[in-house]
Write a protein that binds this ligand. Structure first.
Ligand code: BTN
Length: 326
């Protein structure tokens, strides 16, 4: 009902009376008034003038369905959005609702109290300054192909940034880098049987407006935000819409159309690792190697110092630049 009132206010550039809204929605004027007050408490600026009615002056910078959907042209991603002001972790929430929620459902929060990163790390971000989003997916694919969803996400992020004239680079498979600073990360989690995926949760954290001092001290020299690295304050809603549109496009190409070309092309063109010396760090080993290629399957092809070539699957390996880039 609140959503319907908002929709009407958005459609009407001029004042619209409470009576008219109550007639359209077939509810009492008190109900309209209550919903207007709820919207105001959420940050919508609504002017009310006696005998003229209500007029929407401005909308808050929040990532609700009502605010993002005007920017979406997707078939199934973002048809349902669970929006939170604060939550422990959007990935955790997405997993909790996975069984009963549909493919493409999003969990978005302004803040996370225990955001999770890869390899058991934390993901911290001050309230309202990031995009913290988890996408629930139910692909009918072999579990072995799931790790490539991260590449799809990374490709979609750099394409969305490009639309704002921002050049992001991909540190295979899950980080987005600007000026050698990590501005976004992806954590893809899977629930599967031996040869069947139950669901996948792809969690993305993008630092949009975070200031240097707001990052925890131990990562301050490695982390950055779009604002800190480019000086640009991009529109969160538009960015989120663009990212989701690209994500669905590439996701469909790969998982429904079996076409991985575009994603691999972007992964290579935007790679910060290709041709570079890296340190590959596994659970109980580490070695120096040169990055030769990203294969057509999305694996990282490296050459060790003894000349031997190795294909790395995204898994539990961490790849670090030898020359400063994260
Ligand atoms: C990484 O680079 O280590 C991955 C970071 C992923 C962070 C995002 S923020 C939204 C979603 N919810 C989480 O708890 N983590 C992911």
């Amino acid at each position: 009902m609140k959503d319907k009132v908002l929709e009407i206010l958005k459609e009407n550039k001029d004042y619209i009376s409470g009576e008219k809204i109550s007639n359209i929605l077939n509810v009492s004027r008190t109900a309209v008034w209550k919903n207007i007050n709820t919207l105001k408490s959420e940050g919508y600026e609504i002017d009310s003038v006696s005998r003229k009615g209500y007029r929407l002056i401005s909308s808050p910078d929040i990532l609700t369905y009502e605010e993002i959907s005007p920017y979406l042209n997707t078939d199934f991603i973002g048809k349902k959005i669970l929006y939170f002001n604060t939550i422990d972790s959007t990935n955790k929430k997405a997993k909790e609702i996975a069984e009963t929620s549909s493919d493409g459902t999003l969990v978005i929060s302004e803040e996370q109290t225990s955001g999770r990163g890869r390899l058991g790390r934390n993901w911290t971000s001050p309230k309202g300054k990031s995009l913290l989003i988890s996408i629930l997916l139910k692909p009918k694919i072999d579990p072995s192909k799931v790790s490539n969803i991260t590449l799809v996400g990374a490709a979609a992020l750099v394409k969305a940034l490009e639309d704002f004239d921002i050049q992001g680079l991909i540190k295979w498979p899950n980080d987005i880098i600007i000026n050698d600073k990590k501005i976004a990360g992806i954590l893809t989690e899977l629930s599967a049987e031996i040869n069947q995926v139950n669901y996948v949760v792809m969690g993305i954290g993008v630092n949009l407006y975070t200031n240097k001092e707001e990052f925890p001290e131990d990562i301050r020299n490695k982390a950055g935000s779009i604002l800190s690295e480019t000086g640009k304050t991009i529109d969160r809603k538009k960015f989120t819409g663009k990212f989701l549109n690209y994500f669905e496009k590439y996701y469909k190409e790969y998982f429904l159309g079996n076409n991985f070309h575009e994603i691999i092309k972007i992964s290579k063109e935007k790679s910060i690792l290709l041709g570079k010396e890296v340190r590959v760090i596994g659970r109980d080993y580490s070695y120096v190697a040169k990055v030769l290629d990203i294969t057509s399957e999305g694996h990282l092809l490296v050459q060790k110092e003894d000349g031997a070539k190795e294909e790395i699957y995204s898994g539990e390996v961490s790849v670090r630049g030898k020359n400063g880039y994260i």
